[in-house]
Design a protein around this ligand. Structure first.
Ligand code: HEC
Length: 399
């Protein structure tokens, strides 16, 4: 496909994915807050007699709202009932389409890192797809097993298995792709929770009520459990979605552990808010979250890999020649690298001025994180990295 069209398609998909995700996670946060903030009606009140288990008052957008939750179900169902499902489906569909466009269709550049494993395209995509589908089956089986009745243990086991997944993916894929596929696996679990458990359960409840009976409370309980899981998944998954801008995380030698450290911080912080909605200020949770994040910041701080000594002079001509050979196929105004319509991240390195101006960024990418050249596709040597380091240390001039 034309490289520009391809890029524009990924722009539209990303835009849609964010919009749908905001709507979904916004609704999820709102309903968890609502559930946690409900107060039971006074005993013997009209609400209590109707079967209302909790209610609250809120003011928003110039009006007053008074939502009420029924313990199992109201005596009769209104004709018009609002459902919340397309936010979740649209988020998953657009996210998966984006994954295909950005990663699967360019697997050799975006997923495969020969230093990790020299996979074929179908192997890489197979691992990606398999991890998404497999994660759902394992998670769903756990929730339905006897372990599913012990929320704390279930949470710990799910966290352990996701750690295993993150570790496993890092044995096969490049760091960036491994991260995004952990996110895709969690996102798939979240959307599948809505599609296979929450919505069918609600349909079953509505069906039995329309048939004149009382719904089995198990559907409500099961749906609630999955919706609480989704709530705890949100912060980790949102971190993963932005992580590809931060090479210190996915480029770390123990990137999988960094991921789980930050995910644990997210879960802990989310837990604080869920407790707070119930009126409990449990400060130990955000404190634990902050400690974990500080640990992640310290752990991902750059530690320079040793470089070989430079043989010969360090001058601009030499730097320019290295850049020409290793970088310009991607970072020129018109890249020659297949599939690139524009220089990535808007970074061009074709003039002396551009090289001097970007010296610090080049140093960061080439010497500190070693994320460039991407997947070392142009085979930059350690000695060349040492030349760049020496040039920047000497003031990055055009002399
Ligand atoms: C195969 C194509 C390719 C090659 C070769 C390549 N890059 Fe990149 N570069 C990219 C892509 C893709 C990005 C965008 C990454 C992102 O969005 O995080 C990028 C981003 C960058 C950035 C911006 C990162 C930031 O966020 O500040 C710099 C600087 C950079 N490259 C420098 C280099 C240098 C120096 C070389 C040569 C040693 C090089 N690149 C070789 C594809 C390439």
């Amino acid at each position: 496909m034309d490289a520009h069209l391809f890029e524009f398609l990924s722009l539209l998909l990303r835009w849609l994915h964010i919009i749908a995700g905001v709507a979904w996670i916004g609704a999820s946060f709102y309903f968890i807050w609502l559930d946690n903030s409900l107060d039971p009606p006074a005993p013997g009140s009209e609400q209590a007699r109707k079967g209302v288990s909790g209610e609250l008052w809120a003011v928003h957008g110039g009006g007053f709202y008074n939502p009420q939750k029924y313990a199992v179900a109201p005596a009769s169902l209104p004709d018009k009932l609002h459902w919340f499902k397309w936010e979740a489906y649209t988020t998953w569909l657009s996210g998966t389409a984006l994954l295909v466009v950005v990663y699967w269709l360019r697997a050799q550049t975006m997923m495969v890192d020969p230093a990790v494993a020299a996979l074929t395209t179908s192997q890489a995509v197979g691992i990606g797809l398999g991890s998404m589908v497999g994660s759902w089956f394992v998670y769903d089986a756990l929730c339905r097993s006897p372990l599913g009745r012990h929320d704390g243990w279930l949470g710990a086991v799910v966290f352990g298995l996701l750690t295993l997944l993150a570790w496993g993916l890092h044995q096969f894929l490049g760091g960036r792709a491994a991260y995004i596929h952990v996110g895709a696996a969690i996102g798939t679990i979240m959307a599948a929770n809505v599609f296979f458990v929450i919505i069918p359960g609600q349909r079953e409840m509505v069906r039995s009520m329309r048939a004149g009976g009382l719904p089995d409370p198990i559907f409500g309980l099961r749906g609630k459990q999955r919706s609480v899981h989704n709530n705890y998944f949100t912060l980790p998954v949102l971190f993963i979605m932005i992580s590809n801008h931060f090479s210190a995380t996915f480029g770390h030698p123990h990137a999988w552990a960094v991921l789980m450290l930050i995910a644990a911080a997210g879960v802990s912080i989310r837990h604080f808010f869920n407790r707070k909605h119930r009126g409990v200020l449990a400060w130990q949770y955000p404190v634990v979250g902050a400690i974990l994040l500080a640990g992640a910041a310290w752990w991902t701080a750059p530690r320079l890999a040793p470089l070989p000594p430079v043989v010969g002079p360090v001058n601009f001509e030499r730097v320019r020649a290295i850049m020409g050979e290793r970088c310009l196929n991607c970072h020129a105004p018109v890249p020659t690298f297949p599939g690139l319509a524009q220089p990535p991240a808007g970074v061009v390195l074709h003039t002396p001025d551009a090289l001097v101006k970007n010296a610090q960024r080049i140093y960061q990418q080439v010497v500190v994180t070693r994320m460039m050249p991407l997947g070392n596709i142009t085979k930059m040597s350690d000695e060349e990295r040492a030349v760049i380091a020496a040039w920047v240390a000497a003031g990055a001039s055009t002399q």
